[in-house]
Design a protein around this ligand. Sequence first.
Ligand SMILES: [Zn+2]
Length: 288
Amino acid sequence: MAMNDAVDWARDLGGGTRVALIQAGTFRSDAGVLFGPVPWVLWGGLVNDEVDDKRRLLQALNCLLIETPAGRVLVETGIGERADDKTRAMRVYEGPAIVPALETVGFSPDSVDVVAMSHLHFDHAGGLLRADGARAFPRAKIVAQRSEWVVALGDNPRLVASYVQPELRLVRDWGAEGWVDGEKELLPGISVVPTGGHSTGHQAVIVRGSGDGARTLAFFGDLLMRPWAANPRWVTSFDDFPLDSVTRKAELFAQAADEDWIVVLSHEATHPIGRLVRDRDRYRFEAT
Ligand SMILES: [Zn+2]
């Protein structure tokens, strides 16, 4: 099955591996929470055009569809079709959800072999089920870290706030078939790498092409939601373990900058594709 030109962005990485960006709608998040410990005087000017009357920023639900000779992987599922009206209004959630977004670009959800999620917060794991409760990706294995599932379905009141537990319970057995512990290659060239930080079992997805001109693409999940998160110290208040976020961001971003990886931001609406460049003791995201 070929994708059509409606796809938001696509790139060949070499060796028959192709990555496409699929945006599964948008929602809004409180700006102050997204900037965490950073004072408003440093960030206010970055978002003047975007902040709404309730001081919220527009957040895209960026997903990746990866085609390789060995199979197809979807990264992230967005908020999905099952959010109720109250939640849609509160989050200012607007579709299309992931399944209609895939179908618009000519791609059948039935053909997805693996769904990898950076973590299980509502805006990443919400699209696993259709509105009627059927599996959105009936042939797929769904992959997240085992530690993420344990915390998501646990009882720590601070940690469970961003998970929709009743929905996750519906897919728990499906999820258990795809639990991973630590780094794992899902298909040749496509790996998940645990990061922690944002959530207990948060993971990055690294895609490596092969052959002449091969490129590597990294999706750092919510460790790199927006361009300003390229500074390892700029972490969100959604991060459950912010010191771990700072450490892992510094490590991963160094590798991405030194090896000139293509980087995709998890929640940037307009210019989510780019690269990381060293900038004194931090990094800068340059959109391409
Ligand atoms: Zn998120």
